[in-house]
Design a protein around this ligand. Structure first.
Ligand SMILES: *[C@@H]1O[C@H](CO)[C@@H](O)[C@H](O)[C@H]1NC(C)=O
Ligand SMILES: *[C@@H]1O[C@H](CO)[C@@H](O)[C@H](O)[C@H]1NC(C)=O
Ligand SMILES: *[C@@H]1O[C@H](CO)[C@@H](O)[C@H](O)[C@H]1NC(C)=O
Ligand SMILES: *[C@@H]1O[C@H](CO)[C@@H](O)[C@H](O)[C@H]1NC(C)=O
Length: 372
């Protein structure tokens, strides 16, 4: 049904575009060489969308330019410093009733909050069909939301806004804010998610927060969480302790002294996959209001926990670095490995589909217990 509506929309737009095109060619001969660009078509698409009203754009902090050696910093770090005070961005797409409203949101057992760049369409498709299904696991209600920003490339951005608009209308599972979805803006995404959570879904008992290229064994996650309390501290993943800022300029994780003079990081869990309780999510929200944004999102969460003297914890089943099979003769893509785990990084969309079916196969024979 919906597909055909989209099709009809597309046809109408195409007709409009062609009308414009022919008018352009035949309607005004004096102009010489017609230069019919495709932009007419996309302007129509954009005009048809209901973009959120714009907040006054946050201005860059030009006094940053006077800090020591600013001009020698890589562009993305300059960018981070110039804009790190900006925290309010218009929300382009929302899903206000995701949890049934703030009061009813206590009925949500697990909210899956998945960070997904606008172009990662195939990953979202696979997640919706597999571990991210909105369903009830023997009374434990699961809800799903994707967290997205915008593309830096202007033309791509127009197409992708349209794509997310369609996905939002079809599945009601997109939160999109008007900021560039870049690596160093992931903290901003996390910050805005906690603001959203506090407004629209404060009662959700537990939150999974992670990337769109992980495989989550939702069955095991629910069983694990059912042995925990939503009103107590819980923050588990793959624990990293005694880590420090990477000072190698070519590294993806490079954080120069101009960003932090500190030589150590608090304990944290990689942002690829984390489970937290309602209590802990609220503490993070509260503390994040006063902690300056830091370019590495998972370290930032560690800072928010540390402020309240809460510690993150490790869980054996959270395999952010993938599984290590004992021999190259063994197939790492063996469902027997994944049946016991909570989460594994990283999976291709087709692998999610295959593995999701395989771990549920009642005839899956794993023989002796596998240790990985
Ligand atoms: C369109 O935008 C207005 C103003 O921001 C908002 O109130 C309304 O809910 C939006 N409609 C849709 C369908 O998103
Ligand atoms: C702008 O940058 C300067 C220099 O780092 C800093 O002292 C000031 O607090 C910043 N202003 C805002 C609004 O963040
Ligand atoms: C974060 O997003 C804002 C708004 O789009 C943008 O101005 C800024 O350059 C981005 N920062 C980084 C580090 O990409
Ligand atoms: C929120 O943070 C403030 C200071 O940062 C603290 O005084 C307050 O107790 C916190 N509230 C909760 C509910 O964590």
């Amino acid at each position: 049904m919906r597909l055909s509506i989209v099709k009809i929309n597309g046809i109408i737009l195409l007709i409009l575009a062609l009308t414009g095109f022919f008018f352009f060619i035949y309607g005004d001969k004096d102009r010489g060489e017609p230069n019919p660009t495709i932009s007419f078509h996309f302007n129509v698409v954009t005009a048809a969308l209901n973009n959120s009203e714009s907040l006054p754009a946050c201005k860059m902090n030009t006094s940053m330019e006077s800090i020591v050696d600013f001009s020698k910093l890589p562009e993305h770090i300059k960018d981070f410093l110039l804009y790190k005070h900006c925290r309010s961005f218009p929300q382009i797409l929302n899903s206000p009733d995701k949890c049934g409203g703030p009061a009813a949101s206590k009925n949500v057992f697990l909210l899956l909050a998945i960070k997904s760049s606008p172009s990662n369409y195939e990953r979202r498709v696979a997640i919706r069909k597999t571990w991210g299904k909105e369903t009830s696991y023997e009374g434990a209600h699961v809800k799903r939301i994707f967290l997205s920003g915008t593309s830096k490339n202007e033309r791509e951005d127009r197409h992708l806004r349209h794509l997310l608009q369609i996905e939002s209308q079809t599945y009601g599972d997109i939160l999109q804010w008007d900021f560039h979805d870049t690596f160093f803006n992931l903290t901003l995404k996390q910050f805005l998610f906690h603001v959203w959570l506090d407004d629209y879904c404060p009662g959700a008992n537990f939150i999974f927060n992670g990337d769109d290229d992980v495989f989550v064994n939702t069955f095991n996650v629910i069983t694990y969480l059912q042995n925990n309390e939503p009103d107590k501290h819980l923050f588990v993943g793959h624990l990293i302790a005694n880590s420090r800022p990477d000072r190698i300029a070519a590294s993806k994780y490079y954080v120069p002294v101009q960003v932090t003079a500190s030589d150590s990081y608090p304990m944290y869990c990689p942002g690829g996959g984390i489970l937290m309780s309602k209590y802990t999510a609220h503490v993070i929200y509260n503390n994040s209001q006063e902690i300056e944004l830091f370019p590495i999102d998972d370290v930032y969460l560690g800072m928010c926990l540390a402020k309240s003297k809460l510690v993150p914890a490790s869980h054996m089943g959270m395999r952010i670095e993938g599984v290590h099979v004992p021999s190259t003769k063994l197939d790492p893509f063996n469902p027997c490995y994944y049946r016991e785990l909570l989460l594994v990084h990283r999976f291709l969309p087709y692998q999610m589909l295959v593995m999701w079916k395989a771990i549920q196969d009642p005839h899956l024979d794993c023989g002796q217990k596998l240790f990985i």
